[in-house]
Design a protein around this ligand. Structure first.
Ligand code: SAM
Ligand code: TMP
Ligand code: ZN
Length: 416
C-alpha cells in the first residue's frame, strides 16, 4: 500500500491531447488490470502499472500519466457486459430511440458506435431496420451483440478503421460512444477517423464520467486503467477545437455516478446550445482549470482510505463478516489502494458469469454468484457497485430488513 502522504512518484508528463504539461495530483499506487479477474489456479505474476492521475496546465484535461497497452485490456475475454444493469439497458434503449426519432430520421441513415459491447444500444437500432455498425475489439462481447441482431466489426476504432468503413459503407450521420472515448488515449487518430467517417452535417456524441462529479462525489474509484481521460466541458471544447470540431451541446446524466453527454459537430454546422456556455461558466467559477480542486480531492481520497481501513480492520478484530456487492472495475482501485483482500472482505458477489469463480485483480478476493449473497447473508456488505445503488437497494431490500448494513466509501465512509 502506498504511503498516505506519498507525492506522485512521477510528477509530470506530456498531455496526450495538446502536448502541454500534465501535473500529477494523485498517486493510487501500483495497480493490476481492473478487469483481469484471475482463475484460482493461476500462478503467473499479475501485470501491474503505476496509477497516477494529473491535470494539464494548458488544456485542463485530466488524464492518466501511464498508458496500459490496449490489447491487455480489450480482448476476447473482456468480461464487462453493459446489459448487466437494467438501469443502463433502459438508458441505452432511450438513447437509441432518440437517435431514431431525430438524427436518423432521413433517407438511408447510418450510425456507427465505438465500443458497442454486447449491443445494448444498437440492438434497438437494428430492430428498427436502420443501417448501423458497432466497432469493438472485445470479440466475446461482440458475439453477444451479433446474437442480438447487431452488426459488429471486431476492431479498435482508429483512423484506419474509420477510413475503411467510410470506403465500404459510406459516411455516418451519427458516431456514438458511451463509456469508451475516455478509454482511448490516442485521440488524434480518433478525430482523424471521425473526420473521415462523419457526414459534413453529422454529429459525434459521447458520454463519459464527468470530472466535476468525480471531484464532488470523491469517486476516486472511477480512476483505473481503462479510464484514461476524465472530461469536462472546458477540456472537451479545447480538444475539439484542436482537432477541427466544435462542442455544440452538453447534457448532464445521472448514470454511472454522474456523466456528461457531449455533442461535437464541424464548425458552423450546428448552433451551440446555451447549456454549453452555462457548463463552461460553472466550471470556470469552481476553478476547474486550476490545481486547487484536484489537490483537495487528493487529500479527501487519502482520508477515505484511512477511514475505510479503520472500519474494516475494526470489524475483522470483532470477528464480524463483511462481503462485497458488485465486482466492478472500480473496485480494483479501492481494493488495491486501500489494501483490501479476503481477510477484510471475504467474498464479492456479482451477477456476471465471466467474473464468478475467479479472484479479484491484485488482492484476490473470491467472486461468487449473487445467489450466495441471499443464501448466506453477512451482517455487512461493502457496496462497490454504488453507481447502481437505486437498482440494487430496490431489489435487495430484504438484506436491510434482516438487519444487514451497507458500507459505502464515497463521498465518505458511511454505514447504514
Ligand atoms: N458502450 C458500452 C457501455 O456504455 O456500457 C460499453 C462500455 S465498455 C466500459 C468499453 C467498451 O469499449 C468495451 O467493450 C471495449 O472493448 C471497447 N473499446 C475499447 N477501446 C476501443 C476502441 N479503440 N474502439 C472501439 N471500442 C473500444
Ligand atoms: P459497472 O459499475 O462498471 O457498471 O459494473 C457493475 C458490476 O456490478 C458488474 O460486474 C455487474 C455487477 N452488478 C451486480 O452484480 N448486481 C447488480 O445488481 C448490478 C446492477 C451490477
Ligand atoms: Zn493538454
Amino acid at each position: 500500500m502506498a504511503k498516505p502522504s506519498a507525492r506522485p512518484a512521477q510528477p509530470a508528463a506530456a498531455c496526450r491531447v495538446c502536448g502541454g504539461t500534465v501535473s500529477a495530483f494523485l498517486d493510487l499506487g501500483r495497480q493490476p488490470l481492473s478487469d483481469a479477474f484471475r482463475k484460482p489456479d493461476e500462478t503467473a505474476q499479475e501485470f501491474s502499472f503505476p496509477l497516477v492521475v494529473g491535470n494539464c496546465r494548458d488544456c485542463s484535461m485530466t488524464q492518466l500519466l501511464h498508458e496500459v497497452p490496449r490489447e491487455r485490456m480489450f480482448h476476447a475475454e473482456y468480461p464487462y457486459r453493459s446489459s448487466g444493469s437494467t438501469t443502463m439497458t433502459a438508458h441505452f434503449t432511450a438513447v437509441a430511440e432518440r437517435f431514431l426519432a431525430h438524427e436518423l430520421g432521413g433517407a438511408d441513415p447510418f450510425i456507427v458506435e465505438i465500443g458497442s459491447n454486447d449491443g445494448v444500444m444498437l440492438r434497438t437500432v437494428a430492430a428498427a431496420g436502420v443501417r448501423h455498425l458497432g466497432v469493438d475489439p472485445s470479440s466475446g462481447v461482440g458475439l453477444t451483440a451479433q446474437h442480438g441482431g447487431v452488426r459488429v466489426r471486431d476492431d479498435f476504432f482508429q483512423e484506419s478503421t474509420a477510413r475503411d468503413i467510410a470506403a465500404t459503407e459510406g459516411r455516418a450521420d451519427v458516431i456514438y460512444a458511451a463509456n469508451t472515448f475516455c478509454h482511448i488515449p490516442y485521440v488524434d487518430s480518433i478525430f482523424a477517423g471521425i473526420d473521415a467517417l462523419l457526414r459534413p452535417d453529422g454529429i459525434f456524441v459521447f458520454e463519459d464520467p464527468y470530472i466535476g462529479d468525480i471531484l464532488d462525489r470523491r469517486s476516486f474509484d472511477q480512476i483505473y486503467d481503462e479510464h484514461f481521460y476524465f472530461f469536462s466541458a472546458t477540456s472537451v471544447r479545447a480538444m475539439a477545437r484542436n482537432f477541427g470540431f466544435e462542442l455544440v451541446d452538453v447534457e448532464r446524466l445521472e448514470v454511472h455516478g454522474g456523466e456528461v453527454r457531449y455533442t461535437l459537430a464541424r464548425p458552423g454546422r450546428r448552433r451551440a446550445d446555451a447549456r454549453v456556455a452555462a457548463l463552461l461558466d460553472a466550471e470556470a467559477h469552481r476553478g476547474l482549470a486550476g490545481p486547487e480542486p484536484y489537490e483537495r480531492f487528493a487529500r479527501e481520497v487519502y482520508a477515505i482510505r484511512e477511514d475505510l481501513r479503520t472500519l474494516l480492520t475494526g470489524l475483522r478484530e470483532q470477528g464480524v463478516r463483511v462481503v462485497g456487492y458488485g465486482a466492478t472495475a472500480k473496485s480494483a482501485t479501492v481494493n488495491n489502494f486501500c489494501g483490501i483482500g479476503p481477510d477484510l472482505v471475504e467474498t464479492v458477489y456479482d451477477t456476471t458469469p465471466e467474473k464468478q469463480g475467479r479472484l479479484t485483480p491484485g488482492t484476490h478476493i473470491p467472486v461468487a454468484p449473487m445467489a450466495g449473497f441471499r443464501a448466506d447473508p453477512a451482517p455487512y456488505a461493502l457496496l462497490y457497485a454504488w453507481n447502481h445503488e437505486t437498482e440494487i437497494l430496490a431489489k435487495e431490500s430484504a438484506f436491510r430488513e434482516a438487519g444487514g448494513r451497507w458500507i459505502r466509501y464515497v463521498p465518505e465512509v458511511r454505514v447504514d
